[in-house]
Design a protein around this ligand. Structure first.
Ligand code: ZN
Length: 350
């Protein structure tokens, strides 16, 4: 939700530009992000806040009304707008727990299936209005790295650079990094960010371990109830075909995976060719909300009688948040309300 932009320039020179939401002081949350001084990286990030934090922020926005709608529409911030029209996704599973079948359960298979089928779905087509051409996509094999994981963006970027060093492709690369780190007191579930590996810009995302984490859980009807004996077991829900079922941890990761993917595609970090510092140059509104921020923790009505938020990806049901559509908001058709209920631009592509 809140977008914090931090540009880190090499040679121990830190230049931080903070975009704070209206009525909020400049963020201090970036204080602990200084990377080791001998790590020449450049990164910045955009967080997805937890559901509890989202409620607080939405309350502050409750004065939205139809007369000041323009600030709430997505606008492009480069010309032509900088978006990803081709994406090569390489998931990275980072942390010692990814060794353990009891931990990874259905997550690796489920997330790979999700990425491989996401772009052919009607759900993914919900962002077509922001793209100059239909998105093309490929998924590469996952990388499993069982060293100790870190949530620090510079460490995440350094890990990406080290494991993809020889295969790094182009600025269409996207590296979602799934860790076994518990969220603790962090107020976000995941973030997307961008940086430089060997001179090549890469987009990446970070995900906490969301097993049994109430603040980042979509309450999917296709997963067992959170914090129960079988919460991390796929197929434990009575009455639903097992192919449509996930563990709670996978269901939670899928929801924020969709969020970060939509935003990495529509608002990737932009690295000017003249060497100027990177900035967010894609689609976001005047509050620095990106396309998924405005509809996070909201789930659209199903037009097929299924539970709210149900989306079909590659033949499997998931419960996934909606994404913002300028078209739905301005035409008043096809959308459902945002969390505070004053806008109707959330869609799920159906
Ligand atoms: Zn976001």
């Amino acid at each position: 939700m809140r977008k914090t932009l931090l540009s880190l320039i090499v040679l121990q020179t830190l230049i931080a530009t903070v975009f704070a939401e209206e009525n909020k002081p400049a963020s201090t949350e970036v204080e602990d992000l200084a990377p080791p001084s001998n790590t020449p990286v450049s990164y910045f990030w955009s967080k997805e806040v937890s559901s509890a934090e989202k409620s607080v922020i939405s309350t502050k926005k409750s004065t939205i009304n139809a007369s000041n709608i323009n600030g709430y529409l997505m606008t492009p911030h480069t010309n032509p707008v900088n978006v990803m029209s081709h994406v090569n996704t390489t998931p990275i599973f980072w942390g010692a727990s990814w060794y353990n079948p009891r931990y990874y359960s259905d997550k690796i298979f489920g997330l790979m299936h999700f990425y491989q089928n996401f772009y052919g779905s009607t759900y993914a087509s919900a962002i077509n209005e922001y793209l100059p051409a239909e998105l093309s996509h490929q998924s590469s094999s996952p990388i499993i790295d069982t060293s100790i994981a870190s949530a620090n963006p510079s460490n995440v970027l350094a890990k990406i650079c080290s494991v993809v060093n020889s295969t790094i492709n182009s600025k269409s690369d996207y590296y979602p990094v799934y860790t076994d780190i518990k969220r603790g007191t962090a107020n976000y579930c995941a973030y997307h960010s961008a940086g430089i590996c060997n001179g090549v810009p890469v987009q990446f995302a970070f995900f906490f371990d969301l097993n049994d984490d109430f603040g980042c859980d979509p309450s999917s009807p296709y997963a067992p109830a959170i914090r129960t004996m079988k919460s991390q077991t796929s197929g434990a829900v009575a009455g639903i075909p097992s192919m449509h079922q996930q563990s709670q941890g996978l269901a939670a990761l899928a929801n924020v995976t969709a969020h970060e993917l939509f935003e990495a595609v529509t608002d990737p970090g932009y690295f000017p060719s003249n060497g100027s510092p990177p900035y967010w140059g894609g689609w976001f509104d005047s509050f620095y909300d990106e396309v998924a921020d405005k509809c996070s923790w909201t789930f659209g009505p199903s037009n097929t009688g299924l539970s709210p938020g149900t989306v079909l990806i590659g033949g499997y049901y998931w419960k996934l948040q909606g994404v913002w559509s300028n078209e739905a908001q301005t035409t008043g058709t096809g959308g459902y309300p945002t969390q505070n209920g004053n806008l109707v631009g959330c869609v799920t592509g159906s």
